[in-house]
Ligand binder design. Structure first.
Ligand SMILES: Cc1ncc(COP(=O)(O)O)c(C=O)c1O
Length: 396
């Protein structure tokens, strides 16, 4: 089976990090070697086609990217997937649907990714916007309380609900059933937005039952392994008219005389913006073409990563955790958890010192405030995990 040696696909990034143990796959996954050829193929298309390249990109490259995303999420309608340089752009475009509305009500959680946390904090300065955050700090230990609180809030007719599929600061992941439970508790008039960035292409996710009901955001620079420049949003069918709009939102009608009405595509493209570097789509397509050929999919990739996580936890020295007073934050239900394991330090200073000490011993992880994150991916194998726990034992 190919997954017996997935490191073979990452020779260039591995060479770039020789001697280092890169356990931050959740932050920046290594790119397979095929992405380099894809980047060059993009350049060659630019040289061969100049302006005409956009014809190829819109008719071949983008549909291929959409189809790969649809396959990963088990969606039927790839045309409802819109692409952008990042998810922040798409989520702000989504919010612009409400521009001018009085009394906008948003429901979210206390543990959303920085862009949203900042955005909500800033929006809450506007008197007409009301934002309620359900406490999700304890999701790793007690998901029932969180789900109940979300459910009772959801009944209150919010305009938008925004929450993570996998929380970025713990790795705790909602299951497809839990997401469905929350969606069913949501009035049809509320837009339901799931930030899937830490779930997409990491944990198996089947959105078929929710297709046409929820917005789902994800992107390329983590587990999808295509690097920066690919954000996407799955959009329910509808006549969407975001106020923040660019010329790609009605690309198909560009050659017609401009009317007095602003036209929009009748699919996900209605949320598209303007000119962007499309090389990320080439890289993403190359990765998932390769994985298709090699019969690699999110289910067997997840099993592989889960195996690495289990080995890590089995050999993780208690002395290391004790030395830095680290508290594990993952739930015992590892089989449904993000691809990183989080440990909480008693203070930012201790967390920082711990990360620096690991880095000086060539162990690369990342940190969010007091939380240290160890991320696992296809470019590591069991021997690397043993090397990691060995070095942690010596360090402790
Ligand atoms: C939960 C989550 N959402 C979104 C993002 C990235 O968003 P963007 O594509 O806007 O940079 C990240 C990046 O780490 C994330 O952790």
């Amino acid at each position: 089976m190919t997954l017996s040696n997935p490191k073979q696909y990452y020779s260039r990034f591995l060479k770039g990090h020789e001697g280092k143990l890169h356990f931050a796959a959740h932050s920046h996954h290594f790119w397979p070697d095929v992405t380099r050829d894809a980047q060059i193929a993009y350049w060659d298309d630019c040289a061969a086609l100049s302006d005409e390249k956009w014809g190829k990109i819109f008719s071949e490259t983008i549909p291929k990217t959409q189809k790969h995303i649809a396959k990963i999420l088990n969606l039927k309608d790839h045309e409802q997937i819109v692409l952008a340089p990042n998810t922040h752009e798409l989520s702000t475009r989504l919010l612009s649907l409400f521009l001018g509305k009085k009394d906008l009500k948003i429901l979210t959680t206390t543990n959303e990714f920085h862009s949203w946390r900042r955005q909500f904090l800033r929006l809450s300065e506007i008197p007409e916007i009301k934002i309620h955050q359900v406490n999700s700090n304890n999701v790793p230990q007690d998901r029932a309380t969180f789900l109940n609180e979300m459910k009772s809030e959801l009944a209150k007719n919010y305009d938008v609900v925004f929450l993570s599929q996998v929380f970025f600061d713990s790795g705790a992941a909602l299951t497809d059933e839990e997401i469905q439970y929350l969606v069913e508790a949501t009035p049809a008039s509320t837009l339901f937005v799931l930030d899937g960035y830490h779930g997409f292409a990491a944990i198996p996710c089947d959105l078929a039952k929710l297709e046409g009901r929820i917005f789902y955001l994800g992107g390329g620079y983590k587990y999808a392994q295509g690097g920066e420049g690919i954000g996407f949003m799955v959009v329910p069918k509808g006549q969407w008219r975001p106020a923040y709009t660019g010329w790609y939102a009605d690309h198909a009608h560009l050659s017609q005389a401009p009317g007095s009405q602003v036209g929009y595509s009748d699919n996900g493209m209605a949320f598209m913006g303007a000119t962007q570097d499309p090389s990320g789509f080439y890289r993403f397509n190359a990765v998932w073409d390769l994985f298709d050929t090699e019969k690699m999919n999110v289910t067997n990739i997840h099993q592989y990563v889960l195996g690495l996580q289990k080995t890590f936890l089995k050999h993780l020295p208690a002395s290391f955790l004790k030395a830095w007073s680290l508290k594990p934050l993952y739930s015992p239900e590892l089989s449904w958890h993000g691809h990183f394991l989080t440990f909480e330090a008693p203070s930012i200073e201790i967390a920082e010192k711990c990360q620096q000490t690991l880095s000086s011993h060539h162990i690369l992880i990342d940190r969010r405030g007091t939380r240290l994150r160890f991320g696992f991916g296809l470019y590591q194998n069991e021997a690397d995990v043993s090397e990691l726990t060995g070095r942690l034992t010596k360090l402790a």
